[in-house]
Write a protein that binds this ligand. Structure first.
Ligand code: ADP
Ligand code: ADP
Ligand code: ZN
Length: 214
């Protein structure tokens, strides 16, 4: 299945995508993760996008679409994928439609108040990128990744000043995609507010239903 996970920052797209990716054995492709990897490795792309990510603005469409197009060419994506955080604009959605077919767009619904709690408590492993939350998904040992022992950090764009801007960017530039994909009958709404295990089960059920109807 070729899937898109959409929703505001902090809705849980990455967390749920990594679990569903393991379950369905399809790759989890996060443009945010690809950009953060480039920044960490100080590649030309990384140097170009570092300040954009820190501010919470969007990376230009041509750059982002180029990266996704290259990533989707890799062998592991031939039998399906989960795009997490892409597309984020109508221009990106149009470009994607020229590259591949999409079977469903899972739309994570979460209230702003909960989003702010989730983003302000989010911690990421510097080494392997695994995600945690200080209250909702704490690591076994504070500040240390359960998976690899790496150091956990707070993303610069999860600072409270940047969160407000990102929510605004989401509202203006990304949320129109919901109507865009609803018109194509691809939207699958899911309540993203319960615990991660429940949301994962709900999404898996919805995807099983989608597959049966294809
Ligand atoms: P979140 O998990 O909070 O929704 P992401 O990790 O998906 O954030 O993205 C982090 C940042 O990377 C975005 O704020 C933006 O600067 C950049 N980015 C990620 N995906 C895209 C995209 N599809 N288009 C433009 N910029 C993007
Ligand atoms: P997104 O990719 O949509 O920006 P993340 O998956 O990174 O969101 O989740 C944001 C934060 O909320 C992380 O700290 C994550 O551990 C936590 N989180 C994600 N899903 C849930 C959930 N269902 N319940 C509680 N916390 C969650
Ligand atoms: Zn780790």
């Amino acid at each position: 299945m070729n899937l898109i996970f959409t929703g505001p920052p902090g809705a849980g797209k990455g967390t749920i995508a990594s679990r569903i990716s393991e379950e369905l054995k399809i790759p989890h492709i996060s443009t945010g993760d690809l950009f953060r990897k480039a920044i960490k490795e100080k590649t030309p792309l990384g140097l170009r996008v570092e300040s954009i990510l820190a501010s919470g603005e969007l990376v230009p469409d041509d750059v982002t679409c180029g990266i996704v197009e290259e990533r989707l060419k890799l062998k592991d994506a031939v039998d399906g994928f989960i795009l997490d955080g892409f597309p984020r604009t109508i221009v990106q959605a149009e470009a994607l439609s020229g590259i591949t077919r999409i079977d469903g767009v899972v739309n994570f619904l979460v209230e702003d108040q909960l989003i702010i709690r989730r983003l302000s408590g989010r911690r990421i492993c510097r080494n392997c990128g695994a995600g945690y939350h200080v209250d909702f998904m704490p690591p076994k040992k504070e500040g240390i990744c359960d998976v690899c022992g790496g150091e956990l950090y707070t993303r610069p764009d999860d600072a409270i000043e940047a969160i407000q801007n990102r929510l605004e960017v989401y509202r203006v530039q990304t949320s129109p995609l919901i109507d865009y994909y609803r018109r194509k009958d691809l939207i699958i709404d899911v309540d993203g507010s319960p615990d991660a295990a429940s949301v994962t089960t709900d999404v898996l059920k919805l995807l099983t239903r989608l597959q049966a109807h294809r």
